[in-house]
Design a binder for this molecule. Structure first.
Ligand SMILES: *Cc1c(COP(=O)(O)O)cnc(C)c1O
Length: 389
């Protein structure tokens, strides 16, 4: 147990692992005022800029005048309103699944699913770079956790062969700190091909693909043409590409009914405020409309422009085609120092350090948005050029 709080904090400071919050005072597109200082935002997950869209705000305002500000209780008591129910039906249709279930956050959705489905004798196989919530859910379930090397299908196949129980195979769809995609078609094949009497279920966390990838924005599974049969458990978040708040799990009717019975992070918590769900419904309509398609196209142009320009500057990015474009630095102190220098130049890029990423792999996690214009990206490039050469 930590009893000397000061000593623990000092240690973190020494190691370059100290975490601090900045206070956002004003938001206008990607132009912010933070701690009293104007800066450009290159660290948000609001990839399409929908959190500031007038239709989301109007939906929130209108709903606030119609419904109670809070839901008043958990879904299974009296908190499940027709607004929640309608959003669930729309999310099921959007993702092409039988049913969807709302959770208050993505963190809670992952905890709820894994701890509801897995028990002590089961195995949970995870990519080494999966999100912390997937690891925490596994710890909560008491199942046997095995991590395979990042995107390494030979390592996954070996671990699948070794597993002595049923297996839940879990992966981020788009890796949150690297921006690359899981090799999903290969994973689907491996999950189906598993010999013997044991079962393998595949679960994908699409926090960073939802709203952003695929023709209609339905995420990495739409992008790769994978069905509910291929990937029976899909988790998506509503606070990133959708620009709202919350999360959902989508899959078969029986899966969703089981989660309603068993997922403790669903049962023992207050339902989302109805107005937040109305904002999400407005976002869902936009994501599937021309606005969504246009913003996805602009985002892709921004990604292409940024990648091409960094190459010209001789900076080597990690291999990613998504809005998450990390620059590997290695040392935590150095990553912090560069992030500080960028900040001094009015560019906000967060330094991501262990334990969020493996030791020795601290990085600048640059995220692009459809709201970035050329001059914003040029300002970032200029700052990177100064601070990294
Ligand atoms: C952000 C994130 C989550 C958690 O979602 P919240 O709704 O923010 O709690 C889960 N998984 C991944 C991969 C994420 O990036």
């Amino acid at each position: 147990m930590i009893t000397d709080f000061h000593a623990e904090l000092a240690l973190r400071q020494q190691q370059g692992l100290y975490r601090q919050r900045r206070i956002v005072e004003a938001v206008r597109g990607v132009e912010l005022v933070v701690d009293g200082k104007p800066c450009l935002n290159f660290c948000s997950n609001d990839y399409l800029g929908l959190s500031q869209h007038p239709q989301l705000k109007a939906a929130l305002q209108h709903a606030a005048s119609q419904y109670p500000a809070g839901s008043g209780s958990a879904h299974l008591i009296c908190g499940h309103s027709h607004v929640h129910h309608a959003l669930e039906e729309e999310l099921a249709a959007f993702t092409g699944r039988e049913k969807a279930l709302l959770f208050s956050t993505g963190y809670m959705a992952n905890l709820g699913v894994i701890s509801a489905l897995c028990e002590r004798d089961d195995w949970v196989l995870q990519d080494r770079l999966n999100h912390a919530s997937l690891l925490d859910g596994t710890l909560l379930s008491k199942a046997c956790l095995q991590r395979y090397r990042h995107r390494d299908m030979a390592d996954l196949a070996a671990k699948l062969n070794k597993a002595s129980g049923d297996v839940l195979l879990v992966s981020d769809g788009v890796f949150s700190m690297d921006g690359d995609l899981a090799p999903l078609p290969e994973m689907v094949t491996l999950a189906h091909r598993r010999p013997g009497v044991k079962n393998t279920l595949l679960m994908i966390d699409d926090a960073h693909g939802m709203a952003v990838l695929g023709q209609s924005g339905a995420g990495v599974l739409e992008f790769l043409g994978l069905s509910q049969q291929d990937v029976p458990i899909l988790m998506g978040t509503l606070g990133k590409g959708f620009g709202s708040f919350g999360a959902f799990v989508a899959g078969s009717e029986a899966l969703i009914e089981l989660l309603i019975q068993k997922a403790r992070s669903y049962i023992y918590t207050t339902a989302l405020p109805p107005a937040v769900c109305e904002a999400t419904r407005a976002s869902l309509r936009l994501v599937q409309s021309e606005t969504g398609a246009d913003r996805r196209a602009i985002l892709q142009q921004n990604i292409a422009y940024f990648k091409q320009s960094t190459q010209q500057l001789g900076l080597s990015l990690m291999p990613s085609d998504t809005a998450i474009q990390p620059l590997l630095i290695g040392d935590s102190q150095q990553a912090m120092a560069i992030s500080q220098q960028l900040w001094a130049r009015g560019v906000w890029v967060s330094a991501i350090r262990p334990p969020t990423v493996p030791k020795g792999q601290a990085r600048l996690r640059i995220t692009l948005s459809a709201l970035h214009q050329r001059h914003h990206i040029d300002a970032l490039l200029d700052a990177l050029d100064h601070c990294l050469q």
